[in-house]
Design a protein around this ligand. Structure first.
Ligand code: FAD
Length: 394
């Protein structure tokens, strides 16, 4: 078996790269451990930045998204029992798109496999990478039906298999440097079968802990509750979740929360890492495989798409025209944005978690930051710029 590119992982990063290659009539094989049904239903992110949607649109990958995604123009902070609207679209002329990740994945799989005729193999087992530091690397896996090992020789491997994939495992300390940051905080990530309870995203800063409200669709809403890291989701009964959400998101004049069945309840330990460089030999990492940003600032899916645009275009230039400049500059072209978003997430984490830190000094500086956001036009525009993401009109 031979293919110019093997892409490991059919998330937003891997599928976007596959689509870019197919648009240039280049072959690749995408390997995915889960089934198609599973990845088309897995709910995760939902916030897309304007430049990312533009990038998808330019590559013919945003037709359904532009028909169905909602535009978001404001967010709301709640603290001290009051509501504070932050109207970033009015301030900047730019907005966010809300489109559940599983819908984007569904669109990208359909386009890649059914429209552009791409090769994708679901349910593969025990993916292994070989000869990465030679010019003939290979990837092997166990075929789910025959149980046989299959080896695909290729020119390049795109490691897009997320935070727990096979490609991260080959990056031993001698091969790549990994910087890590642990926030020491947990978030209970919830999906409620309930319509949104507010017309925009809400961030609640409360002495009991942070709480977040993010629309996903007219029927489903994502909520977050700060909790101790490693907490057991079973400690959070339906009643406890809703009473804590009401308490932490409560503010004068706020619409009441619409309760619904909790269809997802997971504890996320807030941590981040960055792999540098994002390349080892013929292996190019993209998305969460290369860097994790705790979902504090909703940046992960956007970074995955940015990597995919840069890597997809660079592979096309190399394989189509023998131009290797994109590939040699790939890691540096991505890491600037990665670190920018890491820094913003850390800054935002201080705002979210300062009032509940139990430290009155941190609580005081957090409230000062929040007041500055609503009192100083330059602080507001600096926040809007980073919240919207680099390239969304700036
Ligand atoms: P993934 O989406 O993780 O895709 C990797 C794929 O590889 C998966 O399909 C996986 O099944 C497959 N795979 C894994 N191991 C192997 C293997 N060994 N072999 C083959 N295939 C393998 N980001 C945002 O931008 N905005 C948000 O609002 C947001 N909210 C989030 C909420 C939650 C609860 C979580 C968990 C994440 C959130 N994120 C958010 C982050 C976002 O979901 C990720 O950053 C994004 O999925 C990264 O895309 P990816 O393609 O790099 O990896």
């Amino acid at each position: 078996h031979r293919s110019p590119v093997v892409v490991i992982g059919a998330g937003p990063a891997g599928l976007t790269i596959g689509n870019i290659l197919r648009a240039a009539s280049l072959d690749c094989v995408v390997l995915e451990i889960e089934t198609r049904e599973f990845i088309e239903r897995r709910p995760r992110a939902g916030v897309l930045e304007e430049w990312a949607v533009r990038g998808l649109e330019e590559r013919g990958l945003a037709v359904s998204l532009l028909e169905r995604a909602q535009r978001h123009a404001e967010c709301e902070f709640r603290f001290g029992g009051e509501r504070y609207r932050f109207e970033y679209a009015e301030l900047t002329g730019h907005h966010h798109w809300i489109y559940p990740q599983q819908l984007l994945v569904t669109d990208l799989v359909r386009e890649y496999a059914d429209v552009r005729g791409g090769d994708i193999r679901f349910g593969v087992r025990d993916v292994e990478l070989h000869d990465l530091d030679t010019d003939r690397p290979a990837v092997s896996y166990t075929d789910p039906e025959s149980g046989e090992r299959v080896l695909i020789r290729c020119d390049f491997v795109a490691g897009c298999d997320g935070a727990r994939g096979a490609t991260r495992a080959v990056l031993t300390p001698e091969r790549a440097h990994v910087s890590r940051f642990d926030y020491g905080i947990g978030w209970l990530a919830l999906l409620a079968e309930a319509p949104p309870s507010n017309d925009c995203v809400v961030f609640g800063m409360h002495p009991n802990g942070f709480a977040g409200h993010m629309a996903r669709s007219p029927e489903v809403t994502r909520y977050y509750l700060e909790c101790p890291p490693g907490d057991d989701p079973e400690n959070w009964s339906h009643d406890r979740v809703w009473s804590e959400l009401r308490e932490r998101l409560g503010a004068a004049g706020a619409p009441p929360l619409t309760e619904g069945r909790l269809i997802e309840k997971r504890v996320l330990d807030m941590h981040s890492y960055v792999v540098e460089p994002m390349v080892f030999g013929r292996l190019f990492l993209a998305g969460d495989a290369a860097h994790l940003t705790a979902p504090i600032a909703a940046k992960g899916m956007n970074l995955a798409l940015h990597d995919a645009f840069v890597l997809g275009d660079a592979l096309v230039a190399q394989l189509g025209k023998g131009d290797g400049t994109g590939l040699s500059g790939y890691s540096a072209a991505c890491l600037g944005r990665v670190w920018d978003y890491q820094e913003f997430s850390q800054w935002l984490s201080d705002i979210y978690h300062g009032t509940s830190s139990g430290d009155p000094y941190r609580a005081g500086t957090t409230l000062a930051r929040l007041r500055r956001l609503f009192g100083s036009p330059s602080a507001a525009s600096a926040f809007a710029e980073q919240y919207l993401g680099k390239g969304s009109g700036y």
